[in-house]
Ligand binder design. Structure first.
Ligand code: UT7
Length: 344
């Protein structure tokens, strides 16, 4: 049903034009790993429930001395190493778990990375933050404002989920991932070829941390209406991914890697099935990291690369859905690169 809209028309408009190109990939995970049995003991849950409903077996959590900014700095430095460069023209940080409301963290991260006085700002689009930030960076590059941009996604959901809420505590984890983008051509491997972004604020309450004025006397933990979000996530990621595939005239069988936001293995499978993507091309790498919000796509890219499931030249579709509500997709060809990964 969905794929019948795809045509085999040649995508002339992509053939040779300026484009943002992926040049480096870095990640950073906290060392602290918490398996299902450890969490389930106190939550009236079980390893079996968590695995079968989500595909998650363990997640990482930062210790008291590690901040979102620390994870972001490590992942950013690793992406620069992967790209073989020590400067960029701008830095964008995607996070919905900043260490403080003001100021944004990106300028401090740029400073800590020795990037001098480059423009640096945070993007808050929850689990779609990486895709939104990559699209923003591509806009800076193709408009001529910057030649290269470091995009970092870093999250510490362990600081905002209620540890006594089994509906969210078992799902989310901490981590960071980053890419370096540079100006290049749509003909190169690594070129970002099509984008789709969207939002629907009528669903603002479905994923939420209430503000002080909204809930003055309550503990203000993260809340998620899981089932409703599940259904919206499948629908929006499918439609959004389809739009970028259509833009590139890519058929489902030609997709080498579909890399959805890593929220739930069943959501990933449902999106791949609806799009008609071959099962081996659907990247599902959340078993040992859980849902790391904006960081989940770059972390999944690095895991897929390490496992040999992402090849240079592969037609790759990233798609995300998250609070806001927000969603978005990017179509690119995967470049030849080596990811740099570390733990703190
Ligand atoms: O990252 C941003 C986007 N986020 C997502 O895309 C997440 C989308 N949602 C989901 O992944 C799933 O909805 C969840 C994993 C959160 C929940 O799975 P579900 O299959 O939708 O379960 P449900 O919420 O419909 O709950 C089914 C039952 C309920 O019990 P009753 O009412 O049927 O008696 C829940 O109370 O499962 C219960 N439940 C649990 N049981 C054991 C919920 N969490 C747990 C748990 N352990 N951890």
């Amino acid at each position: 049903m969905y794929t019948s809209e795809l045509t085999a028309a040649a995508p002339e408009k992509w053939e040779n034009r300026p484009a943002a190109v992926v040049e480096g990939l870095g990640t950073c995970l906290p060392t602290g790993e918490f398996d299902n049995d450890t969490l389930a003991r106190d939550l009236d849950s079980s390893d079996e429930w968590i695995r079968t409903r989500t595909g998650i077996a363990a997640r990482r959590r930062v210790g008291p001395d590690v901040s979102t900014r620390d994870l972001a700095c490590e992942a950013g430095a690793n992406a620069l190493r992967s790209a073989g460069r020590d400067t960029v023209d701008a830095l964008i940080l995607a996070t919905s778990t900043p260490d403080r409301p003001v100021p944004a963290a990106a300028p401090e991260i740029a400073h800590r990375l020795g990037l001098d006085t480059v423009p640096a700002f945070d993007v808050s689009a929850v689990c779609s933050g990486f895709v939104y930030s990559v699209a923003t960076a591509a806009g800076l590059i193709t408009s001529g404002i910057a030649d290269s941009v470091l995009v970092v996604a870093a999250e510490t959901y362990s600081r905002i989920v209620d540890p006594t809420d089994r509906a969210t505590a078992v799902i989310f984890g901490d981590g960071a991932g980053a890419v370096v983008l540079r100006r290049g051509s749509s003909r190169e491997q690594g070129a970002l070829l099509a984008f789709d972004l969207g939002s629907d604020g009528s669903g603002k309450h479905l994923i939420c941390v209430p503000g002080a004025r909204e809930q003055p006397d309550a503990e203000r933990w993260f809340t998620m209406a899981g089932r409703k979000v599940y259904l919206r996530a499948v629908e929006q990621m499918t439609n959004s991914a389809l739009r970028v595939m259509k833009d590139c005239a890519w058929t489902p069988e030609s997709i080498g890697a579909l890399v959805p936001h890593q929220a739930n293995a069943r959501i990933i499978q449902a999106v791949a099935d609806r799009l008609g993507i071959p099962p081996h091309a659907a990247v599902c790498e959340l078993a040992r990291t859980g849902n790391t919000a904006a960081a989940s796509i770059p972390l999944a890219l690095a895991d897929a690369l390490a496992g040999g499931r992402l090849q240079a030249g592969a037609r790759t579709v990233l798609t995300a859905f998250g609070g806001g509500l927000t969603w978005g997709s990017v179509a690119l060809t995967w470049p030849q690169l080596t990811a740099v990964r570390s733990e703190i």
